[in-house]
Design a protein around this ligand. Sequence first.
Ligand code: GLU
Length: 497
Amino acid sequence: MSVRTRVAPSPTGDPHVGNAYVALFNYCFAKKHGGSFVMRIEDTDRERSNPYSENQILQSLRWLGVSWDEGPDVGGDHGPYRQSERSAIYAEHAKRLIDDGHAFYCFCTTERLTTLRSEQAARKEQTGYDGLCLGLAASASESRRAAGESCVVRMKVPSEGYCEFHDYFRGKTEIPWAQIDMQVLLKADGMPTYHLANVIDDHLMEISHVIRGEEWINSVPKHLLLYRYLGWEPPVLAHLPLLRNPDKSKLSKRKNPTSIDYYRRIGILPEALLNFLGLMGFSMPDGQERFSLEAMVAVFDLERVSLGSPVFDLTKLRWLNGQWIRSLSTDEFEERVQAWLLNRDYLSQITPLIQERVETLAELAPLADYLLGDPTKLTRDALAHKALSPDEVKKVLQFSLWRLEALTDRWLRDELHETLNALASQMQLSIRDLLAPIFVAISGRSVTLPLFDSLEILGSDLTRARFRDAIDVLGGLGTKAQRRLEKEYQALAELSG
Ligand code: GLU
């Protein structure tokens, strides 16, 4: 059997370091065994998926150096590699499952399902579908469908006993069937859910080993049942431990920047980030901490992956990056600096802003320092506001951050301007009062090059990280304060429609 692995990101947000981590382990395993590594885009959630995010994910994984043998941008024999282009395949298989009696049409309305759930929750029962449409005669289903009634396709699931399976790292694992819902396979719009599309694609793309994050382990019973219903051999399953924040909670962008692009922008070298991700659960036989992708491939073995909770520790990443920087020759280092910062593309965004404001060229660096590297260390004093208390400043920064987070795929000067203008008027603040702390947050000082140009040049990752740093400098937001602000923010958004 030839080894084929895949990474299957959903293009619904920033290119996450978790995607890179999973991609790296799949890449190493495939390469070590002379196999193929496949990139598949799981974009069946039509509301949340977008081509901008897909592009970002592909670009950042390429930047890291984990390249795929087959994928939407390189083609291959098992395409298309974007799930949104495979609807007919899913519909055909869903039909087969229905014809074989493994799945059924369900006409229950959202209202019914919501009431059902709340009644189950009130009785402290496991929530899930109660099987109302399971008993519908085929002829009844057909005529309701023919009459245009909206319906989904659900899979049948045993109600008793255990689903027993083998996870590569965990060995024998059991999940009671009673915990498994009669999963929707095809939604009312004809699009598949993750579960159906994932199983069909892994099979048709001949994936031999599914190496993915631990958060999917509870989906295994549904997947194995689908393999059985379709008469297919399931792949080897290996669920990697989740990346953690230093406080051991699941890695989240509230506590750590999680976008790969953020790390590129702060000057982490791709080989250092990959090496760091390699250390999450894997270790070299000789205990070396600094190793290249090729070296990792050469000795890669799933047996060397440990299930302890790997901590995404920025201090360690910076240390490792320093090691990599010092391992470069002077020439290589110079090339890196040039490619990272002193490149034409980047400089040409800054120079037009500078040219209008200087008398000598020497003024460039002091004016643009916060665009060329880390800003001056922020202080509470620098964030002091003429009209607002520190708590109000925190609120302004947090609300702006939430507003801007919704803009990541349209991160352009005029849109940023419009968004913050609208927020100021909703918060009944002058635009000056709203922008004052933002100037300081991104640059460490109160006067900068034009603000909205600066935000566009910094990009969403760096901007958001600087906002978060400023909030921390002001004492951060505890869970309670965060919740209170979320409510207030929600009310603000509702008020303004
Ligand atoms: N689309 C899923 C994700 O975003 C893929 C999970 C899997 O690898 O099966 O992580």
